[in-house]
Design a binder for this molecule. Sequence first.
Ligand code: GTP
Length: 348
Amino acid sequence: MTIETPSPIRQALVLVGGRGTRMWPLTASTPKSLLPLAGRPFLEHQVSQLGDAGVDEVVLAVGVDQVAAWEAYLASAPSGPRLSLAVEDRPLDTAGAVMAVLDRMDDRFLVLNGDVIFTTAIARFVAAAPSAGAVLALAQVPDPSAYGVVVLDDDGRVERFVEKPAPGTAPADTVNAGLYIVERRALEDFEPGPLSFERRVFPELAARKDLAGVVVDGGWLDIGTPHLYLDTHERVQADTPHLAADDAHVVGRRSGSWSYVGAGASIEAEAEVRESVVLAGATIAQGAVVRRSIVGRNAVIGAGARVIDHVIVGEDAVVGAGCELHAGIRVAPGIELGERSITVRPPR
Ligand code: GTP
């Protein structure tokens, strides 16, 4: 008997063409996958993980309105797997984006959502994957109620999906982690155009017993929401909890279990930055407080202002001296809030 070993995977397609609405206003000017994580564009963390798994070519499926940002990034990307763009004139959804470049892909390749990285080596997932039209990387989570739950049968094939089950009712603790191995043949029968892996392709492959799942040990880190973006910093910066770019100017206090201060940013005297991301060129003026929040590029938090609890301040925005913003408030790019013009607090 001959046992066929699948050939190694050398190509990956990263889906980076979404609108990133949950990370607005940071995504108004920067594609989500180019937002910095611990000072490096998020995509660089992904490409480095893919390179470690033996991938030497990465295709980035981008939306037409973000091409300029991606071309600028590619012009200065570090060495590693070869990067190229596949541009969509209109959003094609997850599987549609892959279909559009199918003729550039090998018989078997990886597909990765643009907002996830893994705490375990991708190579382990690839090595453990059986032969199937598609293989999903599955993560085990304590509370699957916020995710798409994937139920496997005894042969490791996907039996069914349960989207966001009510707490305590989930039939399994394994959820779709946004990393797949796809075989070209699995997509060849679908019509070109918008197409979703989750809603259409995977259910159809599952019905044909052509969809497998492999539970990856460890977990995955996501930057899709402000909470996750901050939590992911905490994990990635575990060894260097208070990280600042070389030319950041930090006089004030960094507190809590981590913080990140970007290039050219300034934390002035008696200011406090706690478990927050201060992006390049931003200023946290004297006595201002920033806690579990994100301050966009070149934004200014005025003297004595308070920015607390998952607030996002957009690029070039100014939060005037003495303002208070709490609980998930988002300030649009370039907006100027006058001195003491606004106090927003959560109800007690
Ligand atoms: P939200 O608007 O905040 O939900 O973010 P998103 O637009 O990124 O959507 P979501 O996180 O659900 O998308 C998962 C992944 O698929 C992300 O990496 C997206 O960039 C990507 N994606 C979603 N829709 C498309 C699309 O139409 N084309 C391409 N190329 N990628 C897409």
